[in-house]
Ligand binder design. Structure first.
Ligand code: KIV
Ligand code: ZN
Length: 427
């Protein structure tokens, strides 16, 4: 681990800066396509539009707005997003069938900048069991789909579904042929989340070295999270040469999801020393975007989710609270405000809390207590924490009142709903 971290971070007001300008990685957001097609995450047209506007504010480069042939609502959502979200490129998914591509092109019609994203599986498993076509038929379908898509837009992405389990020689042939047909972005998905980081880095490095016209396209990664490796694999793919990462807000997507946008972006930002790449993401908008998605879909974000989980910057254990009160760098590697989380949610009072945190929370509420009073409040907090998951500002106020005026009752305390999670204490 580099020691520079301690000098750069906070003191210089930034993260661990690399010496040279970081290379730019394009963020292709698939929240509204791969994410939205996962069970429990479907969104109606107004919800998709609201999410697309938030993704624009977040700074994603490309919004994959949907799969128009899949349903009239999907097509309408892509159309409305294309009409009203003007900065990012708007992409639409299509199989290699001409109807799919024409429907995608029509839905994308009003876009300022549009991308047709066509895909076909290349692994023998998918070709023989699912599609029941030969390799040669696959190659021909991929080439004609790209050529047709190019009639509607100069920006065409081809995805070789199940690429990481495909025969390398055949995959290289397909990639060379689609680039020749006009494909500008080659996406090689780890469709079933089977790859490991070293493997996917070598995979991209090998493919890019072997495909003669690789320099004429941007290579892209699209990792699924079946083994919990989607973000690690995406970072490794960048090291292997890709310059576009497909990801989603809160990591939503088929099965265990896609690479989480928040985690991938912050890994690059915090570890510039190891990963000298950057994105155009406005990270302080992450938390709000994450919560908007959760509200629109009714699916909560897990408390311990990196970056945007409510516990990502929360400390309840006494030793940790003490460390954070003395120097936040003891237990935090980034600033909550840099990802849009509230600094005031850092200290959570509960049965694991320490005296320093109790004192600090009392001070944040405007109480100046004597040593003896702090001691009593601390013991009351620990005791209440035996019955409560967390202690809110209301509880703390009543405890302080009780300590100062013993006739007042603590037992009858009950926090307002927002307080029960222990948020609202400043460090
Ligand atoms: O996981 C996958 O292979 C996909 C493609 C359609 C890009 O989602
Ligand atoms: Zn996918």
């Amino acid at each position: 681990m580099s020691n520079n971290y301690h000098f750069d971070f906070y003191l210089a007001g930034g993260y661990n800066r690399a010496m040279s300008t970081p290379a730019r990685v394009t963020v292709f957001d698939t929240t509204l396509r791969d994410g939205e097609q996962a069970p429990g995450f479907s969104m109606d047209v107004p919800a998709k539009l609201a999410m697309a506007q938030a993704l624009d504010t977040l700074g994603v480069d490309i919004i994959e707005a949907g799969f128009p042939i899949a349903s009239p609502a999907d097509s309408e959502a892509v159309h409305k997003i294309a009409l009203s979200v003007r900065r990012p490129v708007i992409a639409a998914l299509a199989r290699t069938r001409p109807q799919d591509i024409e429907e995608a092109a029509q839905a994308l019609g009003p876009a300022e900048r549009s991308r047709i994203h066509t895909f076909l599986a290349t692994s023998d498993l998918h070709l023989t069991t699912k599609l029941r076509i030969s390799r040669e038929e696959c190659l021909a379908a991929a080439v004609s789909a790209v050529a047709l898509a190019r009639r509607f837009t100069d920006d065409v992405e081809f995805s070789a579904e199940d690429a990481t389990r495909s025969d390398r020689d055949f995959l290289c042939r397909v990639i060379e042929a689609v680039i020749e047909a006009g494909c500008t972005t080659v996406n090689l998905p780890d469709t079933v989340g089977y790859a490991t980081p070293d493997e996917i880095r070598d995979f991209f490095a090998e493919i890019i070295a072997r495909v003669p016209n690789a320099g004429r396209a941007v290579f892209s990664t699209h990792c699924h999270n079946d083994l919990g490796l989607a973000v690690a694999n995406s970072l490794a793919a960048i090291q292997g040469g890709v310059r576009q990462v497909e990801c989603s807000v809160n990591g939503i997507g088929e099965r265990a999801g896609n690479a989480s946008l928040e985690e991938f972006v912050m890994a690059l930002r915090v570890r510039q020393d190891r990963l000298p790449y950057d994105t155009g993401i406005h990270s302080p908008a992450m938390f709000e975007t994450s919560r908007l998605l959760s509200t629109l879909t009714g699916e909560p974000v897990q408390a311990n989710k990196a970056i945007v989980g409510r516990n990502a910057f929360a400390h309840e254990a006494g030793i940790h609270q003490d460390g954070v009160l003395k120097d936040v760098r003891t237990y935090e590697i980034m600033r909550p405000e840099d990802v849009g989380q509230s600094v005031s949610s850092r200290l959570v009072l509960g049965r694991h809390s320490g005296r320093h945190a109790v004192q600090s929370c009392c001070e944040a509420l405007g109480f100046t207590l004597t040593h003896a009073e702090i001691d009593q409040v601390y013991r009351a907090v620990i005791s209440l924490g035996e019955h409560r998951k967390a202690i809110g500002d209301g509880d703390l106020r009543r405890i302080v009142d009780h300590v100062r005026t013993p006739s007042s009752s603590v037992a009858a305390t009950s926090s307002a709903p927002g307080e029960a999670v222990g948020y609202g204490h400043g460090v």
